[in-house]
Ligand binder design. Structure first.
Ligand code: ADP
Length: 444
């Protein structure tokens, strides 16, 4: 190592000594030739002095060169070590690393990045970054680069898609960072990229389980009022029977006008029964989440048509205090109905044995939320469950499953809202649901 290190110093010093000594000898010989006399002792002494000078300066030169070489070697060594550290980090990253020029040509990438995309590093160096990005992401990613990377030097973590060598498209999450040269001009960009396909699959699975749970909650909710539904259907069916019998009688008596009126009333009742069945069907139907801009008061009316079935027969008085002209909300109507039906059933249960049975539904709006309140005059929330009300499988009912409020909370939170319970000032409980108002529609 030392021999290697001083090789250049030896060479240059050797050349210097060679040239110096040759110069002394040649110049002395020229002097002797010019004078035409044999060299004197004094001229040999002069030559000796010159040689000593050359040798002494050569030693100095050698020492300087060795020192210079040592510094360069040390710098090389540091650079090599830092490069090795960088390589190690680069290759041991569990995320992909990619560096590109400002116009998208690949400069560098690690093995994870290559594996993710199914290309070799050599393949990638011939491509442009845009070749791997599906066209629909070019615009949005361009905006991120212009507004974040070029402005503050790095982007927030963002999501996009990549196209593998085999043509499949997969989702990634990345942060892009700008590299500038010594003058501050943009030189290149690098990104740390994570394949989030697995996460997406898990999210989709979790969403499916959640949808199934919400659906199970709806079926259970409807199951709880099956007796009430039978009773509710019985009324139009009995009325239809009566009107049909009346129509038959009028026909037998030859009064076509009266018969026609009775038949029209039969049809009305048939429609009423059909509507109840239709409402139940759409409530329990299996469906994907479908959020639209919707009117909270309309949702309340739908929910009460189903949730208050059987309420009158147990002496419950429903009151409404709905504010007009509420801002719209972005909601999955059936899911919000499900929350309200659950709150209505709980309120009815809580008042079932009480002396006063008033159920009030109110709606109102503030700057940040549209609010729905379901209040009852029941026995209040039992102290044993008050702190765990929205947790699954918490119930004080003999045949309760304790999932209604847990599902309601998950639904409302998935709508960006909140749900909570508090004592009703007049006795009983009030449940408050707050949903964010829908953002204004963009002008076309
Ligand atoms: P379940 O109705 O099956 O018990 P929920 O999650 O809907 O499940 O309700 C959990 C518990 O919260 C109920 O068992 C009851 O004790 C309490 N609760 C809910 N709503 C009310 C209410 N309006 N008044 C009093 N207690 C209530």
């Amino acid at each position: 190592m030392v021999a290697m290190k001083s090789r250049v110093a030896w060479r240059i010093s050797g050349i210097y000594v060679g040239f110096g000594e040759a110069w002394i000898v040649v110049s002395s010989m020229l002097v002797w030739l010019e004078v035409g006399q044999p060299p004197s002792l004094a001229s040999f002494l002069e030559m000796g002095k010159g040689s000593i000078f050359v040798l002494a300066t050569a030693v100095l030169l050698f020492a300087m060169l060795r020192r210079w070489e040592g510094e360069i070697h040390q710098r090389d060594e540091e650079l090599r070590r830092s490069e090795a550290r960088y390589r190690l980090l680069h290759e041991s990253l569990r995320d992909g690393f990619v560096q590109i020029t400002m116009d998208g040509r690949f400069l560098d990438c690690n093995a994870v990045y290559c594996d993710m995309l199914g290309y070799t590093a050599a393949d990638l160096l011939k491509l442009n970054y845009l070749d791997l990005t599906p066209p629909r992401w070019h615009g949005p990613e361009g905006v991120i680069i212009a507004k974040q990377v070029m402005v503050r030097g790095y982007s927030d973590v963002y999501e996009k898609e990549y196209c593998r060598k085999n043509g499949t498209i997969f989702p990634v999450e990345l942060r892009t960072i700008l590299v500038r040269d010594d003058t501050g001009a943009p030189l290149s960009m690098y990104a740390i990229v994570r394949d989030i396909s697995e996460r997406r699959t898990q999210e989709a699975r979790a969403a499916l389980v959640r949808e199934q749970l919400i659906h199970a909650g709806r079926v259970q909710e409807l199951g709880q009022v099956s007796a009430g539904i039978a009773h509710e259907l019985n009324q139009p069916l009995a009325a239809m029977q009566n009107y049909a019998a009346t129509a038959k009688r009028w026909i037998e008596r030859g009064d076509a006008v009266a018969a026609s009126e009775a038949i029209a009333k039969t049809c009305e009742q048939a429609k009423r029964a059909g509507d109840i069945i239709q409402r139940m069907r759409s409530f329990v139907e299996k469906r994907d989440t479908n959020k639209t801009r919707d009117d909270v008061n309309a949702i309340i009316r739908e929910a009460t048509a189903l949730g208050l079935i059987g309420a009158k027969s147990i002496g419950i008085e429903a009151r409404y205090n709905l504010a007009p002209d509420l801002p719209l909300v972005i909601a999955d109507r059936v899911q919000i109905e499900q929350v309200l039906v659950n709150l209505l059933h709980n309120a009815m249960d809580a008042m079932a044995e009480g002396p006063q049975r008033i159920l009030t539904l109110s709606s109102s709006a503030s700057a940040s939320a549209v609010e729905i309140i379901v209040s009852d005059t029941g026995k209040g929330i039992p102290a044993t469950v008050v702190d765990s009300l929205f947790q699954p499988f918490v119930t004080t009912k003999q045949s309760g499953m304790g999932i209604g409020l847990a599902i309601s909370k998950s639904i409302i939170e998935a709508h960006g809202g909140e749900i909570f319970a508090e004592p009703n000032p007049g006795g009983g409980t009030r449940f408050c649901v707050r949903l964010p108002p829908a953002p204004p529609l963009c002008e076309a």
